[in-house]
Design a protein around this ligand. Sequence first.
Ligand SMILES: Nc1ncnc2c1ncn2[C@@H]1O[C@H](COP(=O)(O)OP(=O)(O)OP(=O)(O)O)[C@@H](O)[C@H]1O
Ligand SMILES: [Mg+2]
Length: 326
Amino acid sequence: MQPAPNTNLLEVADLTKTFTVRQGFSSASFDAVDDATFTLQSGQPEIFTIAGESGSGKTTLARMIMGMELPTGGVLRYKGRDVAKLSGRERRSWFFREVQPVFQDPFATFSPLKRVDHYLYETVANYKITDKRGADAYIDSILHEVGLSIMEVKGRYLNELSGGQAQRVSIARALLTHPSLIVADEPVSMLDASLRMSIVNMFRKLKDDQQVSILYITHDLATAYYMADRIAIMLRGWIVEMGPVELVLGNPLHPYTQNLKASIPEADPDKVWTEKISLSEMESEEYTLTGCKFAGRCPHVMEKCRSHVPPNFAHEGRMVKCFLYE
Ligand SMILES: Nc1ncnc2c1ncn2[C@@H]1O[C@H](COP(=O)(O)OP(=O)(O)OP(=O)(O)O)[C@@H](O)[C@H]1O
Ligand SMILES: [Mg+2]
């Protein structure tokens, strides 16, 4: 499968996921992801962060990008190819090899009943990855990229690895297919603070050494600030602000981003942003607002915010979805 020439690595255009949930005898629909639009360029590996509070649609967006969830609207193109139009075979032999996941909990990624090296050999076999040095040497070289070696992993079960080691193995497994994109959904949130920074540093190094772009999903603005090149802030399925991380987090323009940043005063990796503004009720209300989804909480709310969806404005080097920047 050859990519079309001169195309973006990933193009997410008006991507939408509408869920219908049952409420008593009736049902209600809401957009968990609503018109998400952004592009990752080819040949320029970057760490693109998607951040936002719990329930803002980050995982749903990630699952669509990984081909694990079908969008209900919009288009997803990978290397110029519409992902929805790939055949089953193209998906398996090309797309899933190119776009690799890293999940939050390494202990849920692997079965405790199998030796962890099984997953590495299995990936090499499934994708028919051939290396003239042989599978052992190839796997060992990839394990070295994540600070491990085959000696440390071979024959071991999950319970014999630390959390940090287990997450490194899951990152190594993702790297085996030489992906161009890794989608990592909260990959460090289960690790303690010291390990968290070592994995974060490793992602930065992998971006350069392996020329891989990383979509880093998190609710932790501190690691995002430290690690990301660009950031998109999500609120109830919308991307409300997006641009270079030093602009968006250094000088946030959207009142929601300002609110988020205020909840972590310093870029301290120990201070994970845990504020979960008692969601359930507010959540369902905000999804159904006809204007801006932040109108009910915004200190700068204007009349039109309650009735009109703000367009995306280009302002001070980033995109911001707010009438203040009209
Ligand atoms: N399969 C589903 N059916 C119905 N609603 C769903 C489904 N999956 C997710 N949702 C809802 O969609 C919204 C977004 O969920 P999502 O998991 O994408 O949020 P998130 O930003 O990843 O949150 P967290 O930070 O807690 O992981 C939530 O209201 C969630 O309850
Ligand atoms: Mg999530």
